[in-house]
Design a protein around this ligand. Sequence first.
Ligand code: 5GP
Ligand code: MN
Length: 343
Amino acid sequence: MHDNISVARQLLASRQEIVVFSHRNPDGDAIGSSVGLMHYLRDRGHGCTVIVPSNYPEFLQFLPEVDSIIIFDDDTERAQEAIRAATLFFLLDFNSFDRIDRMADNMINDDRPRIMIDHHLHPEPIADPVFSRPDRSSTCEMVYEFIDALGHADHVTKHVSDSLYTGILTDTGGFKYSTTPDLFRTVAKLLEAGTDAYKIADHVWNNLSEKQLRLLGHCLANRMELLPEYRTGIIYLNKQDYEDFDIQRGDTEGIVNYVLRMPDLMIAAFIHEQPTIVKLSLRSKGTMDVQQICREHFRGGGHRNAAGGASFAPLGTTINRFKKHLPKYADEIEAAYLEFNNQ
Ligand code: 5GP
Ligand code: MN
């Protein structure tokens, strides 16, 4: 950590033209950490452009200058021009190039410096320095620690703190997951920098459309299957559902979590049909590791309690494959359940 910070400090000692990358389907943490770091870097006199592969959810529109982000899919030429002009890259909230798709083209052999700040498990050696802390709640928490380690805690403006607070709030599910004393100390600093926690909570949680609420009802009433013997619940959506409810990116955010509100269940799966693939989003409680399930069977990864993956098989086949794998994890599920309830 100490050496990494010295290298980063050295890289930032002279003016740089910086491109910040974050991952496909960016969430509150990806966008919050990128926009927060962007404001810090610009305030320090650097040039800074944030590029993400695909668009971000509407509810993040309130973040300061979030519309300066370039969406690679929509604006490829402008993104490529910024990438060409960059002298330094930051990789935020992801740790393997497959999370940024075509944005990573030619990056492997590119010798311009790259700094990774990320809290996912198993970072790949695609940057140097790599700041990797899977014990951290969010990349936003790590960006605050990064700025602090550079000796610039007093450069955290309201733009920076609003952005970082937002990602912390979303990645911890409103301070329900991954909270530590360190996190609350960091949050205290963000509030001291001027962030209004009540306002941000309103932006983050009270943002559903009628359509999304009705879709939630449909998922819970008609698309939920429980497998009590494996303490697992599945919610699935097919292409017809996507049409009927006019589901857009982000509309299904958070639905998977409802399954875990049943105290006997340890694993929640949201399995949904996309145009060319079937995506899986898994969630778990306690020591039950769903990252492992995604990595072993669905070309994915993530965190112990929140992971994702994909399948090229049809929806029904994918659901069956998922169910077929569960018996292998039965002992782990039961052990996690017992431990979770003995705490
Ligand atoms: P979500 O289920 O919300 O899409 O993702 C939950 C977590 O799993 C996120 O932290 C994300 O980084 C990770 N994740 C989701 N999909 C994938 C995937 O296809 N590959 C990998 N490596 N991680 C994923
Ligand atoms: Mn994150």
